[in-house]
Write a protein that binds this ligand. Sequence first.
Ligand code: COA
Ligand code: AMP
Length: 638
Amino acid sequence: MTSRYNEVYAAWQADPVAFWAEAAKEIDWIKPADQVFNPDSGAYGRWFDGALCNTCWNAVDRHVAAGRGETQALIYDSPVTNTVTRYSFAELQAEVVALAAVMRGLGVARDDRVVIYMPMVPQAVFAMLACARLGAVHSVVFGGFAAQELATRIDDATPKLVISASCGIETARVIAYKPLLDEAIALSAHTPAHCLILQRDTLACDLAAPRDVDYAAAVAVEKAAATQVRCVPVAATDPLYILYTSGTTGQPKGVVRDNGGHMVALKWSMAHHYGVKPGQVFWAASDVGWVVGHSYICYGPLLHGCATVLYEGKPVGTPDAGAFWRVIQDHKVTALFTAPTAFRAIKKEDPTGARIADYDLSHFRTLFLAGERSDSATVEWAQAKLQRPVIDHWWQTETGWPMSGNPVGLGAFAVKLGSPGKAMPGYDIRVLDDAGQPVPVGTLGNIVCKLPLPPSSFPTLWNAHARFKTSYLDEFPGYYATSDSGIIDDDGYVFILSRTDDIINVAGHRLSTGAMEEVIGGHPDIAECAVIGVADAVKGQMPLGLYVQNNGSNREASALEAELVKLMRAKIGAVAAFKTAVCVARLPKTRSGKVLRATIQKIAEAQDFKMPAAIDDPLILDEIRAALTARNLIAAPQ
Ligand code: COA
Ligand code: AMP
């Protein structure tokens, strides 16, 4: 099939409003938009202004009303609890309605915020959809975050209700969620009125009435009473959710997603980017706590009438490197979406891909990778072993769907290794120099998108509109700054090379080194510190901390390191994957006092570098190299 990409992208360029008006026909609207795009609303205009809709209706009820109630909707596959449970659209609707009834009884109404702090269980998806049904705004917090991070989000979102579980299961480790939740609520200034807690068989927790409510018992009451909860009409521009993501400081940014544009863009992407059809099985092997989980575990597949797989397991260790192939076989998965790190983990354990032959992958069509740079070796391995297209695509929490990719539904174009494809309709991607001028084709620069952003992309940051403007819109007037740098080649292929801020990408997880520095800097024995991301063969990057001890502090470096590792787990969470902190006498700085993090990173990665012109004392670089060499922390040259 020849690709229709050029034709469709050109159609979008010629008339973006007509393009999205056409795409919007795939959604049920309670009231259609007064204006498909209102350029005078919001920071750069708003999509589907004046429309009324409900996301839960479109994801669930609509399919039941159309007679597809018995079609499978959600497949929960949990190797860590030896469970597989399938929900049809009708069963999903029953679960969501009962939970919405419970939430309504607990006082949750339209516009109220609900924090969801859950492991990968179906109730996490029920909770998201029940919020959407009520017009409430959910904020899912990834289970790997510690109490302090949860507290920050509770304070910012001020939820009326928190929905959580007694525990999460990380392969061999059971994580008690409830003590983390209790600690977070104790740390936060805002107190949610109620916590709805799912008791899991693996580990139950104490419930303190009247604040804590048992999820299963409360839902059972509403099911027995057959309580009905209709989908509440909301404005297309009303928030569906807030998803916090790492910014350049310890204060996370609450990305706001609206209802209408989100549905339109996700539905379009399912058909045209991912190339799947209603009734097929889509599997995003991510976590509901990340944007990939929001868009392509929960909303995208369900809006499209696909079955979605919710997998509570890992690519390796649950039980082995054949886990992904087993899930694809058992549930007849058509498309798998995961982060390259998952494939690197599989490749490390099963380098020849021998386990693939043990499973029937006949329904499997395409592998999609995103979340971090796809290294060519991993893509080539996956192509060779799976004998199927491997599609890298690039996007961010802020956009909610791919900015660049390769539209399988329109006919994929040739893959260029190292590139996550070309700009998707909706995105006019440019490369600018630091002064905001376009760079010649093929030249490295700041990747930006010409405003307006398309449907689904964020209109603002929760409670922080000024920060939204300074972080994303002010640097390059007329453009959205992605904070990624890269190039666009002669053929329009985008190449993403690195972040321009202090964000690092560890196992596909977006983390702020600034936030980590705040944790280390808060230790009483530390004078100053720097955290950098260093290339890692499996996780892409790993954080490395360097610190200078206070004058007068006589703590042993090894004891201090163990304390810092523990502190990072307690303050940010295990997800930070912070394992190494090296004591150094001094940090290299410019004469104006800026720590030369990029140079430290080059030393740690054994890369060549140019001596920074403004360096204060070049000898410090030798000291850093010696300290890292002594700990065997200089990577082998790549
Ligand atoms: N709840 C609690 N803890 C969690 C967690 C969760 N939901 N998710 C991860 N953690 C913990 C892990 O157990 C680990 O703890 P440890 O230091 O005690 O071992 C720590 O956080 C770091 O996790 P991670 O970096 O994910 O490492 P891992 O060794 O557990 O797994 C991979 C490595 C590559 C298999 C795994 O990261 C993976 O599958 N990544 C895919 C990434 C992804 O889905 N990205 C989303 C965008 S597509
Ligand atoms: P997140 O908001 O967590 O999805 O992280 C977004 C960031 O991950 C982007 O800004 C990029 O730095 C990186 N990223 C995501 N997808 C890709 C990709 N396909 N190639 C390179 N980097 C990517």
